[in-house]
Design a binder for this molecule. Structure first.
Ligand SMILES: Nc1nc2c(ncn2[C@@H]2O[C@H](COP(=O)(O)OP(=O)(O)O)[C@@H](O)[C@H]2O)c(=O)[nH]1
Ligand SMILES: [Mg+2]
Length: 310
């Protein structure tokens, strides 16, 4: 869907440079002029992958796949570093390609629910997405301010709706699920094509937050007779693997269809994205690499692999 404006987006390679430098340097130091990879080298490279915030489970899986391949493929000791990085790149891309990263949109009312903890980048990502969609489709878009916890959050979303020429829905109701209820009535009445729902990331406690998001999902199901078209969890890339526990909690509470990983421009931990996909069986739909609209990039496994390892 976004392919026709591909040149519009920032260069993933440039934005992920902090993450890629680490892995490449280690591989270069470890392999140096080795003519074969010994156990010690494998261990050092595994450590480097883990340090770049790929989970232990995923790092070990990658190394195992590479070992298996080297049983039948000859190790090219003339360009050991490049050869090895190509192997990792290949395996990482295979993992990331297993799940469909394309944003799903149907010819009916689409509901896109955004969830995630406070500050992860939900509102910004929604703003960028509505702008992107308004650029490439003629669909009627509506943003719903269901983060009733903070007044500033409502204004922040309103500004994005103005910039993207989309309909803005907010309400005086304090209960976010009630806001979503009214918003969906309105959307159905006005024949809106895409409803994007912004939610709160912090309530008085975590179980309140989880029951709130679950209630919102139930309202969507009862109003549209199906789960949200997309249910996207937004993760702060700078938290790296620390945010993996959030994935688990949200996944236990609602049916996620994918993740958006933000702030990958300001971290060396981009590797954790591979674990999100591998360990939780979720596609990455977008990555955020800065504050501008061109900095929210539709995820492409090959491009991501190349940015980290090529
Ligand atoms: N560098 C960078 N900053 C981001 C990105 N996405 C969001 N932010 C910033 O993160 C902060 C929190 O974002 P916000 O959308 O308000 O988070 P929310 O609480 O989840 O709605 C804001 O200052 C955003 O500008 C990104 O991809 N890169
Ligand atoms: Mg917000």
């Amino acid at each position: 869907m976004f392919k026709k404006i591909k040149s519009f987006f920032s260069s993933v390679k440039q934005k992920l440079v902090k993450s890629s430098t680490n892995i490449k340097q280690t591989v270069s130091v470890v392999l140096g002029d080795k003519i074969e990879i010994d156990e010690e080298s494998y261990e050092k490279i595994t450590d480097a992958l883990i340090l770049s915030d790929i989970s232990i489970q995923t790092s070990e899986k990658l190394i195992k796949k590479i070992k298996d391949r080297l049983k039948s493929e000859k190790f090219d000791s003339d360009s050991s570093e490049e050869f090895f990085l190509t192997l990792i790149n290949d395996e990482v891309t295979k993992i990331l390609e297993m799940r469909d990263s394309e944003l799903l949109l149907k010819d009916e009312l689409n509901v896109i629910l955004f969830s995630g903890v406070n500050g992860s980048g939900k509102t910004t990502s929604i703003g960028k997405l509505s702008l992107l969609l308004s650029k490439i489709t003629n669909k009627k878009i509506m943003l719903v301010a269901a983060d009733t916890f903070r007044a500033a959050a409502v204004d922040q979303l309103r500004i994005w709706s103005e910039r993207s020429n989309s309909i803005f829905f907010s309400s005086d109701q304090k209960d976010p699920a009630s806001v979503v209820f009214s918003a969906l009535d309105f959307a159905i009445d006005k024949k809106v094509d895409i409803v994007i729902i912004d939610t709160a990331g912090r309530l008085s406690n975590n179980s309140d937050l989880m029951s709130q998001i679950s209630k919102i999902e139930k309202i969507i199901i009862s109003k549209t007779n199906k789960p949200p078209t997309e249910s996207l969890l937004v993760l702060d890339g700078t938290s790296g693997q620390n945010s993996l526990s959030q994935v688990k909690k949200f996944q236990e509470t609602i049916g996620l269809t994918g993740v958006v990983i933000t702030k990958l421009d300001s971290t060396s931990k981009a590797g954790f994205a591979i674990s999100v996909s591998n360990d939780y069986d979720l596609p990455i739909k977008f990555i955020g690499v800065g504050e501008k609209i061109e900095d929210m990039i539709p995820f492409d496994a090959k491009e991501f692999g190349d940015a980290l390892f090529k």
